[in-house]
Design a protein around this ligand. Structure first.
Ligand code: GLP
Length: 258
């Protein structure tokens, strides 16, 4: 695992954008796995800037988003479809047909989930997967006790997640109770994974994910089983890491660190 601690959320975002840009320069038709939430917003802003100002090309890129709320249409301002369109897709040159986001309104969730999994495989698998982390240690919407081998499916959200995400809605009552999410097993099949985290409220979850035992209680800890995972976090989110000095020392010795 590579642990990169940055001074600010802005630096975290720029560092992640450099990794994505390197991946696209090496493989212009890369398959990206994308996340929502407030954490990757800075990354998307920087990718848009790289596209507009430096010509970063998305014309051959394919994307798969991690998750979507069940019951929200793609036009709903809190849907992840809307979020991705507003914050990234409408600003870059990605073909519409290359974008995949789980459907929150399909009439057959089981068939949709099976199709989503198949589609990832058909397109060659995910080259680079971006994930955030919930305060309860979840990745995507894989809440505590999700199987570490789980696949794309419907999950019931934990109370903690509903409370955390209520800030985007008028009240907690409006947060959907169910989501459709890639599984931990699906995520672990990506060739490379980057977990982003910023802010003090993520410090405990980050420490447990990186330095705690691998457990379904903190589904981000499953990333310890992946051979190419990078955690890019800001100083606040790194605040509870016991080995922080060691990670900073390693980074200082790496000339091409992102
Ligand atoms: C939601 C999303 C996750 C995200 C998490 C943290 O639960 N499903 O993918 O990582 O929120 O969001 P934020 O970045 O806003 O803290």
């Amino acid at each position: 695992m590579e642990i990169i601690v940055k001074d600010s959320a802005e630096e975290m975002s720029k560092s992640a954008a450099r990794v994505v840009a390197r991946a696209l320069n090496a493989k212009p038709n890369a398959v990206l796995g994308l996340a929502t939430g407030s954490t990757p917003l800075g990354l998307y802003k920087e990718l848009v800037r790289l596209h507009v100002e430096e010509g970063l090309d998305f014309s051959q890129v394919t994307t798969f988003n991690l998750d979507e709320y069940v019951g929200l249409t793609r036009k709903h301002p809190q849907s992840y479809h809307y979020f991705m369109h507003e914050n990234l897709f409408k600003h870059i040159n990605i073909p519409k047909e290359n974008i995949h986001i789980p459907s929150g309104t399909t009439d057959n969730y089981e068939a949709f989930c099976a199709w989503y999994e198949r589609r990832i495989v058909e397109l060659g698998g995910i080259d680079l997967q971006i994930v955030g982390i919930g305060t309860d240690g979840h990745i995507a919407f894989n809440e505590p006790t999700s199987s570490l081998g789980s696949r794309t499916r419907i999950k019931t959200l934990a109370k903690q997640t509903i409370d955390d995400n209520a800030r985007f809605f008028d009240s907690a009552d409006e947060v959907p109770i169910y989501a459709i999410t890639m599984g931990v097993g699906t995520i672990l099949e990506a060739r490379k994974i980057i977990l982003l985290a910023s802010g003090l409220n993520k410090a405990d979850a980050v420490a447990q994910a990186i330095e705690g035992p691998v457990t379904s209680m903190i589904t981000a800890s499953a990333l310890q089983l992946h051979a190419d995972t990078m955690f890019i976090v800001d100083k606040e989110a790194a605040g509870s890491l016991q080995m922080a000095e060691y990670y900073e020392w390693i980074q200082a010795k790496m000339p091409d660190a992102p």
